[in-house]
Design a protein around this ligand. Structure first.
Ligand SMILES: Nc1ncnc2c1ncn2[C@@H]1O[C@H](COP(=O)(O)OP(=O)(O)OP(=O)(O)O)[C@@H](O)[C@H]1O
Ligand SMILES: [Mg+2]
Length: 264
């Protein structure tokens, strides 16, 4: 699990719809938010942007299947002859009224998730079993979680008791003209280059529908555009940044992807 904090600058974010207004209104109403969408579609960038826009410190917790309640809320640690309580990142975010972003929330085991239930409803509080303390969130605090629904199966599914506490914002890849705008702004490539990359991504997304292969993300296009901007041949950048990561070393898939790419 990784954790970071600090007052965020406002990064570049191009909205796809009403998500900025929805986020602001929910935060104003003290309701928690769940941002869902495929990999590399802008979930993290959106949350970073909102933290900057609202002038809140951002504390990021990335969940995994080893994340325990103590990792989130805190634990006693031995200091010489003393045993001292150390707040976990969620408790720290609550005490300081920060924007607490729990990424990959579906990876976290249910016992640990259950500790967040009172924080995600009208109580807006955490109960620290080990110390007996209840920490109530100040008005500046906001809880935002995110995950990729395509990666959710079986026991990883969020329980309704958790997911139904959240205002949910589904994000997906931007429409082609807006995704092109993002590539140009992020990487400084010319419009036609960005449009070609987005055209390829659109064909791959359509061509791969129903296949056992993830669609190319905006992140992949941004990587390819960065290399092209630095003078690398477009064909090589596309192969290395888009086709090869999608195929993940499976030869059959690389051939199928090349076929779709060649037809663009
Ligand atoms: N709407 C957008 N505005 C600006 N940049 C965007 C937008 N959508 C995607 N990007 C670009 O795509 C990159 C990947 O986005 P981001 O890291 O937010 O994806 P993510 O949805 O959090 O993916 P993951 O689920 O893999 O963590 C960003 O670093 C940014 O360059
Ligand atoms: Mg992310």
């Amino acid at each position: 699990m990784h954790e970071s904090s600090g007052t965020a600058r406002v990064p570049y974010y191009l909205p796809s719809g009403t998500e900025i207004d929805l986020f602001e209104t929910a935060a104003d109403a003290a309701l928690p938010l769940m941002v869902v969408g495929p990999t590399g579609c802008g979930k993290t960038r959106f949350v970073e942007y909102m933290a900057g826009r609202l002038g809140r410190s951002l504390r990021v917790v990335v969940g995994n299947d080893d994340t325990t309640t103590a990792d989130l809320l805190g634990r006693y640690l031995v200091h010489g002859a003393d045993v001292k309580w150390h707040d976990g990142p969620v408790t720290t975010a609550v005490r300081h009224g920060e924007l607490c972003y729990v990424d990959e929330v579906v990876e976290i085991r249910r016992e640990a998730i259950a500790a967040l239930h009172p924080l995600a409803d009208h109580r807006r509080s955490l109960h620290l079993d080990r110390t007996g303390e209840t920490v109530v969130a100040p008005s500046g605090f906001a809880l935002v979680c995110s995950y990729n629904p395509a990666r959710v199966f079986g026991f990883k599914e969020l329980r309704p008791a958790f997911s139904q506490r959240f205002v949910t914002i589904p994000l997906t890849y931007l429409p082609p003209d807006r995704e092109t705008e993002v590539i140009v702004s992020e990487c400084g490539v010319d419009d036609p280059v960005a449009a070609r990359l987005v055209g390829l991504a659109t064909s791959l997304r359509n061509g791969l529908r129903g296949e056992n292969c993830d669609p190319p993300s905006t992140r992949l296009l941004v990587s390819a555009a960065h290399l092209i901007r630095r003078g690398l041949e477009e064909r090589i950048a596309v192969e290395a940044c888009i086709l090869a990561p999608l195929a993940s070393g499976r030869d059959g898939q690389t051939a199928a992807l090349r076929e779709i790419a060649a037809a663009v």
